[in-house]
Design a protein around this ligand. Structure first.
Ligand code: AMP
Length: 112
């Protein structure tokens, strides 16, 4: 499958990994949109949040919990924003579910 995030997970494409466990990685976004911009990516390939099955929802729930636990060590102690884009209107550009984690500075109040 020609998926850039699967290739990052398999080590075929380099990335700046800041965290890894059995089910997910967290990397620095290559084109940061905030002082800190990470991507949390499940190792299992699923296209987006709509295609998630029950078992995968459990993985994503655990990912959110882990993000919360890592926040301080990622420099997000003053707060952060998480976003998961879906489809054309959501401006999703990579078809492998991922959660943006933005922070390290005061973010815009506008989200759209
Ligand atoms: P989205 O537009 O929500 O699908 O987000 C995809 C994100 O992946 C964008 O913020 C890109 O900057 C980021 N991205 C694309 N390729 C890479 C890469 N090789 N390493 C790290 N981040 C990437």
């Amino acid at each position: 499958m020609d998926c850039i995030f699967c290739k990052i997970i398999n080590g075929e494409i380099p990335s700046t990994k800041v965290y890894e466990d059995k089910k997910m990685i967290i990397i620095n976004d290559i084109a940061p949109q905030a002082a800190k911009h990470y991507l949390a990516i499940p190792k299992v390939h699923l296209a987006n949040i709509v295609e998630m099955e029950k078992k995968q929802a459990k993985i994503v729930g655990k990912m959110l919990k882990t993000i919360g636990e890592l926040a301080d060590s990622l420099g997000l102690q003053d707060g952060f924003r998480i976003v998961s884009n879906k489809g054309e209107n959501g401006c999703q550009s990579v078809g492998h579910l991922h959660i943006h984690i933005l922070g390290g500075e005061k973010l815009s109040e506008k989200m759209g």
